[in-house]
Design a protein around this ligand. Sequence first.
Ligand SMILES: Cc1ncc(COP(=O)(O)O)c(C=O)c1O
Length: 374
Amino acid sequence: MMPAFSHPIFITKPMLPPLSQLSSGMERVYQSGNVTNMGPMHQELELELRAVLGGHNLVLYNNGTIALMAALQALDLPPGSEVITTPFSFAATTHSIKAVGLQPVFADIEPEHLTLDPVEVRKKITDRTRCILAVHVYGFPCRLDELAAIAAEHDLRLIYDAAHAFAATVGGRSIADFGDASVFSFHATKLFNTIEGGAVSTGSLERYDRLKNYRNFGIIDEDTVDSVGLNGKMSEVHALFGLLNLRTYQQELSRRRDVRAIYTEELSPVRQVHIPDYPACVGGSYQYFPIRIEQFRDVIYHELKRFNVFSRRYFYPLIADFKPYRHLAPLDSLPEARKAAQDVLCLPFYGDLADGTARSIAHLVRSIIDRHAR
Ligand SMILES: Cc1ncc(COP(=O)(O)O)c(C=O)c1O
């Protein structure tokens, strides 16, 4: 029996810049005395991210949840309008809809990449539907063409929660090229992080102004506040982390590609394990390494902890089963999402995970399955 790892291995390890770079950057912050309110680091990071994410208008926020709320409120929809969304995501996706006074409506996901199923979306459209909020879950791009066609046909806005899809590409195009707006999270758990942070990227100039105003209490100038807003500003210190991490995220991405290859080599021969893969035209974001395991998901999750390995059952429980949303979806609805919530396991996944450690984790998963399958 393999011994437990001497230190805990968590689902991710945030990419952090070298302390020496951070301290020289902090000297600049101290010298300027400018620590927040869209200062120079903030402006520099917005420009750099804009270039990385496809060149559209880009607005930084203090986290991805506020960025989601900003993207939705910028649509200026009538209160209570219905937003069709996926139940298979992180809580923030649905919470953001409620938080801006709109009504979430869940549609089921498709079984291979676990993103919103366009066929199910069509079934949920009513005369109150105004928007689709789809998620590139685990960085797997949604069915972009089909969702765009539905949105055009029914005059709906289309927002993508791209929290897991930083720098992903589809057919060589940035993931931010699709829909009315794309929303990113730069939380410490994300491939590219500013510790806490987020952004909205949009091609629309009109929405760009609304997105900026919402971030700063609706303030237009010293004399004018003309809309409801909040404090969505990223501080200079967080922006500094972002500027430094932008220098190295591509190395992190390529290391994650290697770790993914090791896990795939070790686990794809296992009959009970299915590894969803990126379609050929997709440049992956390598945000997570999800596997689907028939039957033994929870056993593996618990037994791995005994070896000091902390995998995550993202996304269990399903958002549709959270107390505030339970009444929206009966237990016999959303079958694919419910199945995924029961069988997906995300293994520890980050650039600093040594090859040997990834191999050992995969061996552990195999041996747990072997033992229980007997
Ligand atoms: C799919 C998804 N959307 C939104 C968010 C919210 O982002 P933040 O934590 O930056 O508020 C997250 C996660 O953290 C997420 O995973």
